[in-house]
Design a binder for this molecule. Structure first.
Ligand SMILES: Cc1cc2nc3c(=O)[nH]c(=O)nc-3n(C[C@H](O)[C@H](O)[C@H](O)COP(=O)(O)O)c2cc1C
Length: 219
């Protein structure tokens, strides 16, 4: 369990080795045991592999190339004017992410190119798309997080890696063309799934010291 938690990271380079359908079914069947308030199980998942995923990547890639405006948002990814310490953590992440690729902060074009890999699922042969009913509130969105983390840890147990991607929400209409979700659903995020391309460079993201995020109140 500790090994799954420690070895999970947002992997941004996958090989084209296929992920068997039965593995995905095993992972998603087990992840269904994730907790949720009053057992609402508010996650609605679409799994894409093969032709449909190729088609999605092709359509999204065309939008990227055409510099097509992003679809209007259904939720805000981050609060406006992130305050401390979140602002610093976000810029530290950007630094780590792009320095691993040898990209400087000033090189906007290169950063855009690296970000565009999101819409190719970083080469992954499988992806899931996580939707939630628009009537659901913050507690149910938190349930999605627990569910998705469970999926990511189970993928580690299968030797697979993943990258959760809010980036897909900006091209949600293109995703909808492929998966045809009912109108009442909002796309929270995608998740690329596959075997890690170990040649892809990365810097392991850091974490705040425990005392910054945890307070023990002891008797
Ligand atoms: C809900 C969610 C959405 C994310 N969206 C993206 C994304 O669109 N693109 C991306 O490259 N990484 C994305 N990430 C990955 C985070 O950047 C990553 O989890 C964080 O920097 C910590 O690094 P680690 O997961 O490698 O430990 C997302 C993570 C979460 C939990």
């Amino acid at each position: 369990m500790y090994e799954a938690v420690r070895s999970r990271r947002a992997v941004r380079g996958f090989t084209d080795r296929q992920v068997p359908r039965e593995v995905l079914e095993r992972v998603l069947s087990a992840a269904a045991w994730s907790p949720s308030g009053s057992n609402l199980q508010p996650w609605r998942i679409y799994v894409l592999t093969g032709g449909p995923l190729v088609e999605l990547k092709k359509r999204a890639g065309k939008r990227v190339a055409a510099r097509d405006p992003w679809d209007e948002r259904q939720y805000e990814m981050y609060p406006p004017n992130l305050k401390s310490p979140y602002r610093e953590r976000r810029s530290a992440f950007g630094q780590e992410r792009y320095s691993a690729l040898g990209i400087t902060h000033e090189d906007w074009e290169a950063r855009q190119r690296a970000a565009a890999a999101n819409w190719d699922c970083f080469g992954a042969p499988a992806a899931l798309f996580c939707y939630i009913d628009r009537d659901m509130g913050r507690p149910q969105w938190a349930d999605l997080g627990m569910y998705l983390q469970t999926v990511m840890l189970l993928l580690r147990a299968e030797g697979l890696h993943s990258c959760p991607q809010m980036a897909w929400s900006v091209y949600r209409k293109t995703v909808a063309e492929i998966v045809s979700p009912p109108d009442e659903l909002i796309l929270f995020c995608g998740m690329s799934i596959g075997f890690e391309d170990v040649t892809e460079k990365y810097v392991r993201t850091g974490r705040a010291p425990l005392a910054e995020t945890v307070t023990f109140v002891e008797g």
